[in-house]
Design a protein around this ligand. Structure first.
Ligand SMILES: NC(=O)c1ccc[n+]([C@@H]2O[C@H](COP(=O)([O-])OP(=O)(O)OC[C@H]3O[C@@H](n4cnc5c(N)ncnc54)[C@H](O)[C@@H]3O)[C@@H](O)[C@H]2O)c1
Length: 272
C-alpha cells in the first residue's frame, strides 16, 4: 500500500474549546490532536488556557505543530483576536471547529432567565461570533474552507434539558443557513451531533451503572468517546468531504436511528 499524504497537509485550523474540562480526552481535544496528526497547524483556543496547553503538550509530543491562545468566544473582540492570531502565526486559516459548549438541564419552568441566556450565548452565539470573525480570513486565504459546528443529538430530540436542546437545535439551523450563505465562498459548513459519548464534560455526572445504561441504549452497544467525534470532525474538515455541506452528522452508535419502542438493549433481552 502506498503512503498517503496527511489529510490536512498545508491547512491551518482553529479549534475553540480545545482543552478538556477534566482529565481525559473530550471532543475538542481529540479533534485538535487528530487535525495536527494529519498535518494541520492548529490554533488551540480556550478561555482556560492551561487546558489548551495540555492539548498542546500531546500534539508536540507527537511532533505536530500547534499553539495556544486564551480567548472567550462569547466576546467578539476575543474572536477577532483569535482569527488575527492564526494569520499572524501561520499565514492563513482553512478550518474552524466551533466546539465550545456547556450543558444546562431543566424545563422552561425551572430554568432561570440568566441560565437560559448563558447557554444560548455559550452554545449558539459563540458560533456566530467565531465564524463572523474567521470567515473573512478564510476567504482571504483563497483556498476555501470547512467549518464544523458541534451540536448534539439533544438538538434533534428532547433530552430532559430544554435550554441545552434549544441551543443545540439552533446550532443545526445556523449550520444549514451558514452552509447556504457561504457555499459561494467555497466554505463548507457542517454540524456534528454527538450522542452519549463519555468525555470529561459528562464524567462528573456518571457512575458505572449509568455508563453501562448509556452504552447499551444504542444499537452498537459500545461506549463512544471524544475520539469518535474527533474523527468525524477530521473527515468533515478534510477534502474527502469536499461535496458535503449543510449536514448534521449524528455520531451516536445508531441511537437516533431507532425508535425506543423497537429496540431493546442487550441487558433487557431474554436470552434462550
Ligand atoms: N460530552 C458529551 O457527551 C457531548 C455530547 C453532545 C455534545 N457535546 C458537545 O461537545 C462540545 C464540547 O465537548 P468537549 O468534550 O470538548 O467538552 P469539554 O467541556 O471537555 O471542553 C470544552 C472546553 O471549552 C472551553 N470553553 C468553555 N466555554 C468557553 C468559551 N466561552 N470560550 C472559550 N473556551 C470555552 C472549556 O474551558 C473547555 O476546556 C460541546 O459543544 C458539547 O455541547 C458533548
Amino acid at each position: 500500500m502506498a503512503d498517503r499524504p496527511p489529510r490536512l497537509e498545508g491547512k491551518v485550523a482553529i479549534v475553540t474549546g480545545a482543552g478538556s474540562s477534566g482529565d481525559g480526552v473530550g471532543n475538542g481535544k481529540a479533534a485538535s490532536i487528530l487535525f495536527a496528526r494529519e498535518g494541520a497547524k492548529v490554533l488551540l483556543v480556550d478561555f482556560q488556557e492551561d487546558r489548551a496547553r495540555e492539548t498542546l503538550r500531546i500534539i508536540q509530543e507527537e511532533g505536530g505543530v500547534a499553539s495556544t491562545l486564551q480567548g472567550d468566544m462569547t466576546k467578539i473582540e476575543d474572536c477577532e483576536r483569535m482569527a488575527q492570531t492564526a494569520i499572524e502565526r501561520y499565514g492563513r486559516v482553512d478550518i474552524l471547529d466551533n466546539n465550545v459548549g456547556i450543558s444546562q438541564r431543566g424545563t422552561v419552568v425551572e430554568v432561570s432567565e440568566e441560565d437560559w441566556d448563558r447557554v444560548m450565548t455559550v452554545n449558539l452565539k459563540t458560533i456566530m461570533l467565531a465564524s463572523k470573525a474567521t470567515i473573512p480570513h478564510i476567504i482571504a486565504s483563497g483556498g476555501g474552507g470547512a467549518i464544523i459546528n458541534i451540536s448534539s443529538i439533544a438538538g434533534l430530540r428532547a433530552h430532559s434539558s430544554t435550554p441545552y436542546t434549544t441551543s443545540k437545535a439552533g446550532v443545526i439551523g445556523l449550520t444549514f443557513s451558514m452552509a447556504a450563505d457561504h457555499a459561494a465562498d467555497n466554505i463548507r459548513v457542517n454540524a456534528i451531533a454527538p450522542g452519549l459519548v463519555y468525555t470529561p464534560m459528562v464524567a462528573p455526572r456518571m457512575n458505572d451503572d449509568l455508563r453501562q445504561y448509556r452504552t447499551e441504549a444504542a444499537p452498537l452497544k459500545t461506549e463512544g468517546t471524544g475520539w469518535d467525534v474527533g474523527y468525524a470532525a477530521l473527515f468533515l474538515a478534510s477534502d474527502e468531504a469536499r461535496w458535503i455541506t449543510g449536514i448534521c452528522l449524528p455520531v451516536d452508535a445508531g441511537l437516533t436511528a431507532v425508535h425506543p419502542g423497537t429496540f431493546t438493549p442487550m441487558s433487557q433481552q431474554t436470552r434462550y
